[in-house]
Ligand binder design. Sequence first.
Ligand code: AMP
Length: 506
Amino acid sequence: MPNTTTVSTVTFASLNLAEPLMRAISDSGYTNPTPVQAQAIPLVLAGGDLLAGAQTGTGKTAGFTLPVLHILSQKPAANPGNGRPRCLILTPTRELAAQVEESVQTYGKYLSLKSMVMFGGVNINPQIKSLRGQIDILVSTPGRLLDHVGQKTLDLSAVEILILDEADRMLDMGFIRDIKKILVLLPKKRQNLLFSATFSEEIKTLADGLLNNPGFVEVARRNTTSELVAQSVHMVAQKLKSHLLSHLIKHNDWKQVLVFTRTKHGANRLAEKLNADGIPAAAIHGNKSQSARTKALSQFKDGSMPVLVATDIAARGLDIDMLPHVVNFELPNVPEDYVHRIGRTGRAGSNGAAISLVDSEELDHLKNIERLIKTQIPRVAIDSFVPPTNIPAEAPRPPRPQHGQKRHSNTTGGNRPPREGQPARDGQAPRNPDATRRSQQPRTGTGPARPGQPRADQAQARTGAAPARPAQPRTAPQKPMSEAARHQAMPQPALFSPRPAVRRGK
Ligand code: AMP
């Protein structure tokens, strides 16, 4: 069950979905529609446009897939033909595209409709071959779609229903130009559904231009975190984080952990370090080949790879059943990303834990996140962790962008390099979004030492032993911390309380 409660008065039977769909729903083990399904399905079945505010984890995919399958199965194509989809679903990432198409197959398994998924980073020829046959529902990332249009292997003139899934992320990733190019290729008369986790001004502008008198559904308030997710913060110096993470995984025998890093390079380094510590881990991000990403994800899902290290964009939209642990190896500089990240756990009705490893330099990010979610995340000390001695000095790392700084500059036409999560267009090197995050001054991991004062983490690394702290959650400081207070906060990498983190609500 998704992480929102079901609307008890609405049953699947009352939605009047075709019998083959009801059978597939029953096979999936769903008893009742989720709120987004209960509200969206009747609106879509009625043929209107829809603006839906729903995050991954709410059951939104079935919320649009089920009525679309119903509509398409009830009336024959007006202009049937090969490579002419009747429904186009656009998603920001390859993984989400694959997941959505999997749902189309799951719910449509007793129907004769044909679906196809396509994205970049893989050979285009098998896609061209598939497009020579019947395609009713096409799920695609925007870039590869346009590649096919350019090669005249795809005809969008028969699209009856357009769905933009995770539209906010598509805009974040700079897809607006591609979306506009795609819109002009579609028939004017069509049904449009727009799903977005958040409603920025940009999304409202897009919705205004796209949707005609839409129905509106919003199921999870913006920027709220699930009550099923137990959140905690461990204060720890950057250079000790990988050691602490290994410790947490081993000490607690974590079996499935999704770890977020800020950069692709950081994801690689961390996966290597965990492997060196005897913890099988793989990294997924936009510089990895699609086959490596698919392999890592399926190993992670089937439990053979306990740790997946991912950047925000690569992990966006991943639906991994019953994911128990999410770790923020670094806090995101955009507070909304924290909500998306921890939304990977506590899903489908199960409990989850979101653990953030926070260096004193990240306290501003932490404050912004806490302000957004209107919750103070408990600081939890770890008694059992003894940091190693002789940790080599950290290499300088790129500074963080300030909050509000755009993560990706919008791309400009044909010469642009590909985005993470977007088709690495054939023959082009993947773009490094990390480069856009660099600002003027490199910094070392934990900030400058004050004159006459060793940096707290250096002192800690020298002595090796972390001061034993009572295993008590500390509450967040109400006022901005002084520099001295930040240094005070550092020598407590020790950080572990075997007691479960306190569950906090919205
Ligand atoms: P989504 O938000 O579409 O990514 O879906 C999140 C999860 O909820 C998926 O694993 C679905 O299989 C599951 N799900 C979708 N609809 C229902 C339902 N009505 N009852 C229980 N689980 C559902």
